[in-house]
Each structure stands twice: as structure tokens, then as C-alpha cells.
Write a protein that binds this ligand. Sequence first.
Ligand code: GYE
Length: 371
Amino acid sequence: MKKKVLATIMAAAMSLTMLVGCGSEGGGDATAPETDAGGEATAEAGDAGEAPAADGDVITVGFAQVGHESDWRTASTTSVKAALSNENGIDLQFVDCDNDSAAQLEAVRNFIEQDVDYIVIDPIVSTGWDTVLTEADDAGIPVIVIDRTIDDSDKYVSWVGSEFTNEGLAAGAWLKAYAEAKGIKELNILEITGTTGSSAEIGRTKGFHQYIDSEGWNLLDSQTGDFTQEGGQTVMESYCKSYAGKFNVVICQNDNEAFGAIDAMKAAGVSYGVDGDVIVISFDACTAGLQKVLDKEINADFQCNPLQGPDCLKIIQALQGGQTVEKQTFMEEPWFVSEDILKDISYKNNSGKDVTEPLIVVDAAKVDEAY
Ligand code: GYE
């Protein structure tokens, strides 16, 4: 890690700078975080020496969030804001990038210009990062990545998130076992994917398509719903017209898309869910999603845990203490179902390991515990 200079003037300027390019929101107020007069140089996190703000000053963190496209995203933002709080000694600059990759790069560059102590990124797409991460590295600002991955640069100190390919594999393993248990011989599938080029979309697609290929299922169509309810509804409305009477599975890559798809099926008179003609599969397992599993409208929901704020805080605290941190931390994620007919699923996961994982039948308590 390199030396990092934290000057009073910079800190004051940072707090007063208005971020441009995408919606921004100061994590705290518009006053300068307290710093020592003279703004002494501090050692960068990871060094044996003094870390940024190790003398009790406020730690400044810039967080470039994807946007506000889903319930999952709202839970993620809430979790990060709660953990990276004033009470925990952090002045958080929060930027909602509204699903715009160019705006996200600009937000990160603004953080570098402001010389924040740490940058947290939830990358909208997985590529296009090496230049800006090199700039952050050159400025000596540690970057922490949460949720989605960055696949074309390793210039970040730590990532915490989910194994998206395993989520897709688990969905495939469940559908295979479920169809066998129900005696369904032919699967005609419509897919609504997430934001194209996001690692969540790439991984879930990769995992589920392994089953489409190996089982010879019929994939009728695959289009993006951009992880939004509106997107899911629009795609499903067109599917209901183009594939009327021809499909018996719809897989949505997040809960909000599933809500939109369900509304479209209702409007088109298509029966779905446990008692209907069309099996509905979703990812995220947010509160409203699990409620739909409980109501038997979604057959299976594969959790992706958005509560990464506490891990992010731990990483920052470890770096502050000069400790080394794990390059990767995976969230634990259960799989939820509507019916009590399968106890578990077995599959070879993305690390090539044979695993057997339980299926949890949703009850009211599970809905209450969700985010
Ligand atoms: O599944 C979706 C959100 O990146 C894992 O983004 C996240 C995804 C999540 O919009 O709801």
C-alpha cells in the first residue's frame, strides 16, 4: 500500500464539493469532517504505520452505488449507510449512479479527486474498471468492492458478495428435481435476465444455462428486464403474446422482475405458481419476494443476501488497524420454496464441488426475517 496524504484543506473541500453526473447524497451533513490542524500526512491502510484517520479523525468513504432499481438495492443501501455511519466514525459520501456506468466511473473519479480515505464500489457492469482503479491505486486510496464483481482488474483490496453462478446452478438443480417430482416431462422456458454485463446477470445465466444445456430443456426466449419491475412486466407482456400457450416456466433474475412478470401473466389470463400452469423462479428472496413464495405465486426464490454493510465496515476497520484482509468474502445464502415436496438439492457447484443444500419452505416467520 502506498502513502496517502490527508490534508485538512482536502477534507474540507471534499465535504463541500457537490458531486455531479449522477444523483448524489452526502452521507452526513455538509460540514467539514474534523481533522487535525495542519492535516498531517497519514499512512495508508495496510501499512504497519498509521492508517488514515487513525488518530480519531473521521474516516471519509465514498460509495458509488448501482442505483435504486430493486428492493434488493434498497436493502443494500440501507445496510451500507447503517454500517458506514457517523456513529462508527465514518463520513459517507453516497452516490446513486442510477444504473449508468459512465456516471459510476465519474463518481469514482470524483472520490479520487476529493482524496477520500476509502472507496466502495458496487459495479454496475463487471468490465471497464482497470483505468480508474489504477488511478485510485496511484492515489493510494484502497478500493473495496461489494456485491457485483469487477472482472477486468484486480486493483481493489477486498470484495464481499455472492456466488451468482451457484445461484443459477441451484435454480437449475431445483427445476430438474421439481419437474421430476411433479412428473413434468417437457420444460419450455422463458427467461428474463438482469442488467446485461452485470456479474449478477452473467453468473445466474451461466449457472442456469448449464442445466438447460445438459438437460436439453427448451429455452424459448431470453431478454433483459434490467432488474426492474417495469422491465419484467414489459418483457413478460410481449412473451405472453408471442408464446401464448407454449411456455411452462418463467425464470426472472430478481424478485422485482418476477413481480412485473406476474402482473403481466395475470393481465394475460395465464395461470402461474404452485396451482397454475407456469412455474415461476426468482432470485433475491427479499420480503415481498418471500411473501409471494408464501402465497404460492413464486415456486422457488434463490437468496442473494444484500446485507453487506457490516462486512464492509469490518474490512475498513481491519485496514485501519493495518491488518491484511481477505480478497474475497462470500455471503451465505439459503434457497426458499413454496411446497414441501423436496428436502434438498444436489449439484456440482462453481468450484467443482458436489454439494447438497437444504430447501427451506417459507412460512410467515421467514418473510418477517427477510429484508
Ligand atoms: O439481484 C437485483 C439488483 O447485484 C445482486 O442487483 C444484485 C442484483 C440483485 O438490482 O435485485
